[in-house]
Design a protein around this ligand. Sequence first.
Ligand code: NMX
Ligand code: MLT
Length: 442
Amino acid sequence: MSTSLKASFASKSANLKKDVEGLLAAHGNTTIAEVTVSQAYGGMRDIKCMVTETSSVDPQEGIRYRGMTIPELQAKLPKAPGGSQPLPEAVFWLLLTGDVPTVGQAAEVTAAWRANEVLPDHVRSTLDSLPVETHPMTQLSIGILAMQTDSIFAHRYREGMPKAAHWDAMYDDVVLLLGRMPVLAAYIYRRTYKGGRHIAPAADASLDWSANLAHMLGFEGEEFRELLRLYLSIHADHEGGNVSAHATHLVGSALSDPYLSLAAGMNGLAGPLHGLANQEVMRWLVGVKAKLGGGVPTKQQLETFVWNTLNSGQVIPGYGHGVLRVTDPRYLAQREFAMRYLPDDENFQIVKMLYEVVPDILMKQGKAKDPWPNVDAHSGVLLVHYGLNEYDFYTVLFGVSRAMGVLASLILDRALGIPLERPKSVTTDWVKKKVASVLAPS
Ligand code: NMX
Ligand code: MLT
């Protein structure tokens, strides 16, 4: 499974490893962050205590993959013929190496992934043994774990693989896993919602990863393909501290193979404060329409509905963020797509109206630190427009994309030889004593 991506990664990561070793030798004891009591109890928000190379999120600007904003990705990464959205395959290359790949290099990733698009029989039968009403994210996690029987990393570790070879085995596993993620997602979709009438991967082996996923889900047409290319590109990574990335990294630090690690990340993504919010947004929006008699509600009706949701102790899904303090640029990229392809769509009208209504209300309520929409506030309406109405499935698509980012980081973790993650926890009693000693030093 030797590709030019693997060779490029080998030399880049070797240089980075040297760099990091030098940094640690010269400045290992330099303090880069401190921790307050609020942070220790408050979800460790903003504590700079982990390193992730693939991307970073600025509160005022949003995501950059290896320094590139979403508009820059759209301008500079290879696209499908005639398309205007980046290919996720190119995103993966960029995340892993920091380089913008050529069209040929992106095609090489497509070929490597598409060579692995077969689900083993036991994975299918494991999924088929679950009740069809099992949540698609539960099925995704089980499907990933069922594939662990094929882990090259686990196999080679048992055989006594040396530490220097960890990244190599991890890389090979990731190629296999990313090749299978769309097939797994499509299998879950078709068994859950389409009576198990599965669709084989496209005969054209050069068809890109997203277009092939669209095909296996049962959707043809260039617009939907472009939507998936955008969707799978922008959901891939959001630095290292988000729940899915952090969980994957944490579990991987025990030298768990990528199947075990990714399943952990996907279980985190399945939470309503994280990736499941994309399903919750659509469920909430459908609820608004049903309660208000269908069609596009008035602004005043929407305001009342938003207040009712807040007053009943629920969050407004799709709004707020742990890091961002502006409208998520991933939201804006999807809004731009909607303006271009579905400007008159009824649900898009409501999403636009919510953008005018919700931030003011959240600011008036005064609790949320970020009143602006995040990525999940927009994705559902785009999918519904093309007929993908089954909103419980949406987080699976998020997961297919997120797998690229978290697995790229996992390969990097092993290449850098990052050790077991094991922060120190303390008790409330310890915190009280610490505070007392700070206030009244002896
Ligand atoms: N609606 C109502 N209340 C909110 C919202 C919201 N959208 N966002 C934050 N708050 C509340 C939050 O529940 C907390 O209340 P309390 O003090 O009663 O516990 C208070 O505001 C302070 O929270 P923050 O510090 O602003 O937010 P935090 O960093 O803890 O959480 C989220 C970030 C994203 C979990 C939170 O904004 C939220 O629950 N949003 C809705 C769910 C959502 O859209 N999640 C998707 C995030 C993106 N993703 O894909 O992962
Ligand atoms: C993500 O994409 O992971 C979410 O926006 C959540 C986060 O960054 O914390």
